[in-house]
Design a protein around this ligand. Structure first.
Ligand SMILES: *Cc1c(COP(=O)(O)O)cnc(C)c1O
Length: 393
């Protein structure tokens, strides 16, 4: 037998292992120093009380003969899909409940969606990039082209008319750069996709962090229904990283190569996926209730305030950065022309603060650094004070 040799082409991702190695070494050699981690890409606040209540109620129902449930629908229960549809309507985007599929998170669907596309499609990703888009396509043996995000375009990569692409991954607000596309910028991508007969796979896992008028959904933009699929998740919105629930939106009329995309994906899901557990779907629906929205917004405000504390310090220091406003991520230019890893060591040794070197997300991340607002307030404030003291010298 032979394995899938496309896996040989995966570049080992040492990023988080290398961060852990350097951090642990520093802690071992400096046991008296308090190291603060502003590198975490995971939420830290607990589930909202109404979510926990709904979750428990769902479990109780499974424990009673009269309310027991077996396999859920592949696309998710109607009550959750309706709740998601109403949520979209709350910010002015019309998405029908029958265009929504509930899943166990955005990583699964963004990583698996390529299953329904041929191998010889050209894939476009922005650089720097969330590694799932790249690695899942390397596993399938697809050619990948890069759209650079740089200081010049404010880390909002835009299409190059001379580059042909069939499948386009966009992430807005972006991980790792924190930048978000405006409506005009998204329209440029949509026009490019339509011209190329391409499909945009749009990841808006951080839409709940948007505070200005950047679109919360690609379907807020004209033409998107003819070329886009949207992936969202409750992971960052409602602290579901350990609970696992997300949703994918596929316009019913979206077709390519003589096939309906919704129907193809539904066929794929019916074959390889047996749905999300009932209690998790109950918990997810509670997120979209009036009380749920109120409660999750308290957590989101907490993270947003942390982001503001970090970005205000960078403003004071005169350091260039993107993000922080529509995103829990702050992407900064390493001061004094330092490299990403050089700045990592400098910050660890002199401020005892850990962040994420930007070059771990792609070539265009060289010389950049990611801080996150998912930590607790006290530590964020202390880390920022140390950074200010170190860099204003
Ligand atoms: C965290 C994150 C997600 C969410 O993934 P889940 O599988 O839903 O937890 C999706 N996309 C990006 C870019 C992320 O950073």
């Amino acid at each position: 037998m032979k394995i899938n040799h496309n896996y040989d082409n995966l570049v080992p991702n040492y990023l988080f292992a290398e961060i852990a190695k350097r951090t642990n070494k520093f802690i071992a050699e400096n046991p008296d120093k308090k190291v603060i981690k502003l590198g975490i890409g995971d939420v830290t606040l607990p589930l909202a009380p109404v979510v926990v209540e709904a979750f428990k109620k769902g479990i109780d129902e499974l424990g009673e003969k009269a309310t027991f449930k077996g396999y859920p629908d592949y696309e998710g229960y109607e009550f959750v899909r309706q709740a998601v549809s109403d949520y979209y309507a709350s910010f002015g985007v019309a998405v029908d409940k029958d265009e929504i599929l509930i899943n166990d998170g955005a990583k699964s669907d963004t990583g698996n969606f390529g299953d329904i596309f041929a191998q010889d499609n050209i894939v476009l990703v922005t650089d720097p990039v969330y590694p799932v888009y790249v690695d899942s396509n390397i596993m399938s043996g697809r050619e990948i082209v890069l759209a650079p995000a740089t200081k010049e375009n404010g880390f909002c990569a835009m299409p190059d008319e001379n580059v042909k692409a069939d499948i386009i991954y966009l992430c807005s607000p972006n991980n790792p750069t924190g930048s978000a596309y405006t409506a005009d910028q998204l329209k440029v991508w949509i026009d490019y996709a339509l011209k190329n007969d391409a499909i945009i796979l749009y990841d808006c896992a951080y839409e709940a962090f948007i505070t200005d008028d950047c679109p919360r959904s690609i379907f807020a933009i004209e033409g998107a229904r003819q070329c886009a699929i949207e992936f969202c998740s409750l992971s960052k919105t409602a602290g579901f990283t350990g609970t696992r629930c997300g949703y994918t939106v596929i316009p019913k009329e979206l077709e390519r190569d003589g096939h309906n995309i919704y129907k193809l994906w539904y066929r794929r899901e019916a074959t390889k996926f047996n749905g999300v557990s009932y209690p998790v779907q109950c918990a997810a629906a509670a997120v979209f209730s009036e009380e749920g929205q109120k409660q999750i917004k308290e957590n989101l405000s907490y993270y947003k305030e942390n982001a503001k504390i970090i970005s205000s310090a960078l403003d004071e220091l005169g350091i260039y950065y993107t993000g922080g406003k529509n995103s829990p991520y702050i992407w900064l230019e390493c001061p004094n022309g330092m490299g990403s890893w050089e700045f990592f060591d400098y910050l660890l040794e002199n401020a005892n603060v850990v962040g994420t070197p930007g070059e771990g997300f792609g070539e265009c991340g060289k010389g950049y650094f990611r801080l996150t607002s998912f930590g607790d307030r006290e530590n964020t404030v202390e880390a920022v004070e140390r950074i200010k003291k170190l860099l204003s010298k």
